[in-house]
Write a protein that binds this ligand. Structure first.
Ligand code: TXA
Ligand code: MG
Length: 359
């Protein structure tokens, strides 16, 4: 299979340029496209064979359900067995945008989409290209992130090609995604509204509409292979570069001291090291063999989220032997999302003195 790339204007995509992508989706093909969070890999959500091809292209296990992307709130109705009344208020406040709602599914949703669960995840993305594409296709679009399973989500079209060139029909290139980490996932199908994954929408914001919303049980715990998962698909090992990643959490000065020692050790052992830090971090004169990446000001979670996955993919390509990352403060929604993704990407978490990154 050859993957065709269509370049479009991210803010005013030309419908004529998008038409082949929309037709491809409607006919059961696989199309990657930008959303405001990360690139998604789309398939006709009501076509079980298209959804199975989607799982195959990503090498995604069948027990990991996917999000259905829609153009308007009206489109949700056909996919759910009942619509919790709060959805209207949530939609008014957060849609289109980086919030996914898990709702009781209707019979119209194929079991492949929900991995056999009784609920379906839906989202109305804000990106003009995603909006236009879904409208033109005229079908609900199942779209996990457009990466090979367990790798960092793509925030550039080039990342999609790294993983999926030759495995999908089409890629719509709309430039860099704005947010950089995946949507907040809120479960409304199983009693107390529960956040299953952190993204740009915070618990505080959700509580203004839904006062009893709560964080998922595992939200701030370090990744571990044995820990129970809050939901299918919330796997501990995820969002990972191919290179082993070590995460350093704690007070920034303690973290930077420990990082410097570990970098020196790795370099003296002849290994190449990738180091990921904030703009303000002082890194001792980097010896040869060290590749330094700065993500932005440490407290600017928006800047850090925007750069995070690109940095991890870049260090994979640079061919380093180990990636060392400093933890970032989890003081807002994106900070929590960054902490969560880094903990899942890490093979090891080193805690340096007292931990200031925990809420
Ligand atoms: O921002 C995003 O959400 C991106 C863009 C493309 O929209 N999509 C994305 O999809 O991150 P994916 O498949 O990589 O992650 C979907 C998450 C998984 O953690 C999955 O477990 C959860 O949503 N999910 C999907 N359907 C679910 C369901 N029926 N019940 C509970 N969780 C579900
Ligand atoms: Mg994903």
């Amino acid at each position: 299979m050859t993957t065709t790339v269509i370049r479009v204007d991210p803010t005013h995509p030309d419908p004529a340029a998008l038409a082949p992508a929309a037709q491809c989706l409607a006919r059961g093909g696989l199309v990657a496209f930008p959303t405001e969070t990360v690139y998604g890999l789309g398939a006709h959500a009501l076509d079980p064979e298209a959804v199975m091809r989607l799982f195959a292209a990503k090498a995604r296990p069948a027990n990991d359900p996917v999000i259905v992307h829609l153009a308007t709130l009206k489109d949700v109705v056909a996919l759910v067995s009942w619509l919790p009344s709060v959805v209207t208020a949530l939609a008014e406040r957060f849609w289109p945008g980086p919030l996914t709602l898990v709702l009781p599914k209707s019979a119209a949703v194929p079991v492949q989409v929900t991995a056999g669960l009784d609920a379906v995840a839906v989202r109305i993305p804000a990106h003009p290209v995603a909006q236009a594409l879904i409208r033109l296709a005229g079908v609900p679009v199942a779209a996990p992130s457009a990466n090979l399973f367990s790798r960092p989500s793509p925030t550039l079209a080039a990342h999609v090609l790294e993983d999926l060139d030759g495995r999908i029909d089409l890629l719509v290139d709309g430039g860099a995604t704005r947010v950089g980490v995946e949507s907040t996932v809120l479960d409304l199908a199983h009693g107390v509204p529960t956040v299953l994954r952190w993204g740009a929408v915070s618990l505080e914001e959700l509580r203004r509409v839904l006062p009893d919303a709560r964080a998922g049980v595992n939200h701030a715990r370090p990744a571990s292979e044995t820990a129970p998962q809050p939901a299918p698909g919330m796997l501990a090992k995820h969002y990972s570069p191919r290179t082993p990643l070590v995460l350093y959490e704690g007070a920034p000065d303690a973290v930077m001291r420990r990082l410097a020692t570990d970098v020196e050790f790795e370099v003296s052992a002849g290994r190449r090291v990738g180091v990921v830090v904030a703009d303000e971090d002082t890194v001792r004169a980097a010896p040869a063999g060290v590749r330094l990446v700065r993500l932005g000001p440490g407290h600017d979670s928006g800047a850090v989220a925007h750069e995070l996955f690109a940095a991890l993919r870049g260090l994979d390509i640079a061919g380093v032997d180990v990636i060392m990352v400093r933890g970032f403060p989890a003081t807002d929604a994106l900070g929590l999302a960054i902490q969560d993704r880094l903990r899942r990407a890490a093979v090891r978490i080193v805690t340096c003195e007292h931990d200031l990154t925990s809420p």
